[in-house]
Ligand binder design. Structure first.
Ligand SMILES: Cc1ncc(COP(=O)(O)O)c(C=O)c1O
Length: 429
């Protein structure tokens, strides 16, 4: 039987052809490669025993256990939000336990990705503008594309998004009569995916001030995505951008327990301005009523028992070794190669490598084919991490993840990758 024509929504159509889709397909097609592409967390660090014990504890303690298998509330039960607020206070080094932060401004979400997606739905009509660091987290670029946002890149360097460039971009948009369309500035504050860069302490309040200063015709929010905040291997953590937002009406803080604990458990923590509580809660209610109730209890209990804290320390120790293995391999294998440079991250899961402009790294490039088909190693092409319709986007970068491979796997992957890069430099890519 012939079916009548399928008519999809504009949002569904705009969601097609996204970078994450290409990447997953490449991962499947190149399953025999050493993957320095996958952004998954290290399986060895996943807290299987701890979760088993904690599930047992929380089910036993809540009486029959049935309460935790029942529906909860859209933003997460208040007693749990209190536990998460205390944890945030620890990260923020606030001795007052952040007790002045109303629990109504806290959201327990399905990973932090859900908050990112809800926020995009709450703020953007097609043609509204989001300013993003260049490069940035490519999955959020897909979310913005799906809601029809106009994505405007802002220059970033080794200290994060440049305040001078943000000012220049906002001023230009004002001159063009488009300032009223700007809704959001998106910043991954710690060990950015993909660049590994953190926004410097000095720049944090400056970015916030600019969002405020240019909120002339309509409100410009700043989304601080702190997904990798707890994965610091050396140095000291600067205060969050959120901590400078005295009236808490500009910054939305998105955190997650995916990287530090378990992505499968899907628990994220959002802190949002009071004015966004209702719109986000309405949208979340439509989407899922609430995030997985039992999982929130498990993470809250691990936080209360401080078994979470011990776990994160082990996770950090594990990733520090792997980060060092990748940087040592980079020095050894790529050290003498002309025009090749990389950033040394203090945390997170990625090393960002730049090749000469003459060597494109995209899926269609000779370099990508050589790496995946001859040397059997895979990376994420850097161009995915810029707005797709930006003509000036750099095309010769690579995101290398030290998340999933063992130190030996990382060393071998880097040896193979260097062989492809040497080939590309010799043959002109
Ligand atoms: C920068 C950044 N933000 C948000 C997320 C979303 O992760 P989750 O939904 O598991 O919290 C990720 C995942 O890789 C990420 O890299």
């Amino acid at each position: 039987m012939r079916h009548p024509v399928l008519r999809l929504s504009d949002q569904a159509l705009r969601s097609a052809d996204q970078a994450i889709g290409f990447l997953m397909q490449q991962a499947v097609e190149n399953a025999d490669c050493i993957s320095l592409a996958a952004g998954l967390v290290d399986e060895q660090t996943l807290p299987v025993d701890l979760v088993r014990e904690t599930v047992g504890k929380v089910l036993a303690e809540s009486g029959s256990g049935s309460r935790l298998l029942q529906y909860g509330t859209t933003q997460g039960p208040e007693p749990l939000r209190r536990v998460f607020r205390e944890y945030l206070a620890e990260l923020e080094q606030r001795t007052d336990r952040l007790s002045d932060l109303p629990l109504s401004q806290l959201f327990l979400t399905t990973g932090s990705q859900q908050l990112l997606a809800l926020l995009a739905q709450a703020l953007f009509n097609p043609g509204d503008i989001c300013l993003v660091a260049a490069p940035t987290y490519f999955v959020f670029l897909g979310v913005l594309q799906a809601v029809g946002a106009d994505i405007v890149p802002v220059t970033a360097d080794g200290f994060g998004m440049c305040p001078a460039a943000l000012r220049e971009t906002l001023s230009r948009l004002e001159q063009e009569g488009r300032l009223s369309r700007v809704r959001l500035v998106y910043v991954v504050s710690d060990f950015e995916n993909p660049s590994g860069v953190s926004v410097s302490a000095e720049r944090r309040p400056q970015l916030l001030s600019l969002a405020r200063e240019f909120s002339r015709e309509s409100r410009i929010f700043l989304l601080e995505d702190a997904a990798y905040r707890e994965l610091r291997y050396d140095g000291v953590s600067p205060a969050s951008i959120w901590s400078f937002d005295r009236d808490r009406e500009t910054v939305i803080l998105a955190q997650t327990f995916s990287k530090s604990f378990s992505p499968g458990i899907r628990v994220g923590l959002g802190v949002v301005p009071q004015s966004l509580v209702k719109p986000l809660s309405d949208l979340k209610g439509n989407e899922d009523f609430e995030s997985a109730h039992l999982n929130q209890h498990v993470v809250a209990r691990a936080l209360k028992d401080r078994t979470y804290h011990q776990h994160v320390q082990r996770v950090r120790d594990n990733y520090r070794i792997k980060r060092d293995a990748m940087l040592e391999a980079a020095d050894r294998e790529f050290g003498g190669l002309p025009g090749v440079s990389w950033y040394r991250p203090e945390g997170g899961m990625y090393v960002w490598m730049r090749l000469p402009d003459s060597v494109p790294t995209g899926f269609q490039s000779a370099m990508f084919r050589r790496a995946t088909q001859v040397d059997k190693v895979m990376y994420v092409p850097g161009e995915l991490c810029y707005p797709q319709d930006w003509p000036a986007r750099p095309r010769s970068e690579m995101r290398l993840s030290f998340g999933v491979q063992s130190p030996d796997g990382i060393r071998e992957g880097m040896r193979r990758l260097a062989s492809s890069v040497r080939w590309a430099l010799e043959t002109g890519g």
